[in-house]
Design a protein around this ligand. Structure first.
Ligand SMILES: *Cc1c(COP(=O)(O)O)cnc(C)c1O
Length: 484
């Protein structure tokens, strides 16, 4: 890469007086801005010519890693391929040029797409209707919990101030509950990695508003006791919430609504392709069972005049607009292009790929829960602990071989968690290549542990001090002058 020539920071390329624009002559005379709105000093902006700027950013972009340039087995994140067709439809001029405040009669096509997507999600999940409004999975959780709180309040029940969350849950679950003003009660997992029903039974009382479940859970295991849990929860007047961020293994095979879930969110940006990572873009639709539709903050309905309208619940507002529309277009394209039959292959293929990797590596990597997994599974570092090579070292060494690292040190249940999710999009060749490299790293851990601990060796930036990076991040440029 040409970063020596074209700079790590655009500020390093700045030369006073250089510029990349040329403005036409001003025909309207000179206008002085009032001093009250002017800076005392000019902003310290970099001064560069256009070609330097283009090369600088192009070279940086080549350092990006994405699903489009390599295998990305980031567990719990479902980094599946986003088909090019999705981008073509999202970029159709009629969709791209929409304005969020446009009158409804001028954007009926967009509203129809939203309506159809809501109902596709209903068909896939067994819930009655969806709002597409939330902008992320965590935002969907918050929305779902607000709906649950409103449900209890409508029934005059305001003692329900707590949410039960399993100890394997994604960190966003307790965080969303806290943001919603609800207290978190943790429920234990059993030795086999699923929810301990006895512990749950003990914790259920009149203060519990909801039980949040993830299925398959964060260990990639199917929670087999859901029917029993649903009975217990409902008998207590509590609602059952489904974290459907990773609906992948279930798609077209089984439906949360049929299992007794009352409210759920889906991450369109995981299960239904859409590129994501680094904070966006996302869409976290929330679905509810029959009878709760009016609590949804915003949804599209079809009225008697055959027109589509947005219906809002003013009591629950979670976004200024109807949501991340381009993500909806991509997800709907993805659902339609798979179709009713092919969508049923997503889950089995994602499951097959995950189990194939697990079985091919479990002689070298420690598998704390050795059972059939769904779309992902968790190793607890290398089996041979004597080398001192950690999960962090393995993750860094993978970068040298051109792979994105799996999710590491999550879930917190094990000390050296290494969570792998291949998704259904990958070919057997790609997966075999990854397995071969993982085996090679296990071998290197024995033959040359120091080299593995010093990885990565071939990336533009070597091993960073991640504690320092987390505790004292330097996120803005400040010019260092002289002795400072
Ligand atoms: C990704 C994920 C979330 C959060 O989704 P965001 O879009 O990142 O907010 C919640 N729960 C589970 C199980 C997830 O995998």
């Amino acid at each position: 890469m040409n970063n020596q020539l074209y700079g790590n920071l655009i500020f390093e390329l700045s030369h006073p007086g250089r510029k990349g624009y040329s403005l036409p002559n001003n025909e309207f005379g000179h206008y002085e801005l009032p001093a009250t709105i002017c800076r005392a000093e000019d902003a310290p902006l970099p001064e560069c010519d256009e070609l330097t700027v283009v090369r600088h950013y192009t070279n940086h972009s080549a350092n990006n890693f994405g699903v489009n340039n390599g295998f990305y087995p980031l567990g719990s994140c479902t980094m599946k391929y986003n088909p090019v067709l999705n981008e073509e439809t999202a970029l159709l001029p009629g969709f791209q040029a929409l304005h969020p405040s446009q009158p409804e009669d001028t954007c009926q096509g967009a509203l129809e797409l939203m309506f159809n997507l809501q109902h596709s999600l209903s068909a896939l999940t067994g819930l009655s209707d969806f709002t597409l409004n939330p902008f992320a999975g965590a935002h969907g959780e918050l929305t779902g919990l607000m709906i649950i709180r409103a449900y209890h309040q409508q029934r005059g029940d305001d003692r329900r101030t707590k949410v039960i969350v399993p100890d394997t849950a994604h960190g966003t679950n307790p965080a969303s509950a806290a943001v919603c003003g609800l207290d978190v009660v943790e429920v234990r997992s059993t030795q086999d990695g699923t929810v301990d029903v006895d512990d749950l039974r003990e914790k259920l009382d009149g203060t519990i508003a909801a039980v949040m479940m993830t299925n398959p859970n964060t260990l990639g295991l199917f929670e087999r006791q859901i029917p029993e849990i649903a009975k217990l929860v409902h008998a207590n007047g509590t609602l059952l919430y489904y974290d459907g961020a990773n609906l992948n293994p279930m798609l077209g095979k089984c439906r949360p609504g049929d299992m007794g879930f009352d409210v759920m969110h889906i991450n369109l940006h995981k299960t239904f392709s859409t590129p994501h990572g680094g904070g966006g873009p996302g869409c976290g639709p929330v679905g509810v069972r029959a009878g709760m539709e009016e609590l949804l903050p915003c949804r599209v309905v079809k009225s008697g005049d055959a027109l589509y309208h947005i219906v809002r619940n003013e009591g629950i507002q979670v976004g200024a607009t109807v949501g991340n529309f381009a993500v909806m277009v991509r997800a709907y394209t993805y659902i339609l292009s798979l179709g009713k039959e092919e969508v049923k292959m997503v889950g089995p293929l994602a499951t097959l790929n995950a189990n194939y990797i697990k079985e091919s590596l479990k002689d070298l990597y420690e598998l704390p829960i050795d059972t059939l997994c769904k779309h992902e599974f968790v190793f607890n570092g290398l089996k041979d602990k004597s080398t001192g090579v950690t999960t962090m070292d393995i993750a860094k060494r993978l970068l040298d071989y051109g792979y994105h690292a799996p999710t590491i040190y999550f879930p917190l249940l094990f000390h050296e968690s290494l969570m792998i999710e291949p998704t259904e999009s990958e070919s057997k060749d790609t997966i075999d290549g990854f397995i071969a490299v993982m085996r090679r790293i296990a071998e290197e851990a024995i033959t040359n542990p120091d080299m593995v601990k010093g990885a990565p060796h071939s990336t533009p930036i070597g091993r960073v001090d991640d504690v320092l990076a987390a505790k004292q991040p330097v996120l803005t440029f400040r010019e260092v002058r002289g002795e400072e």
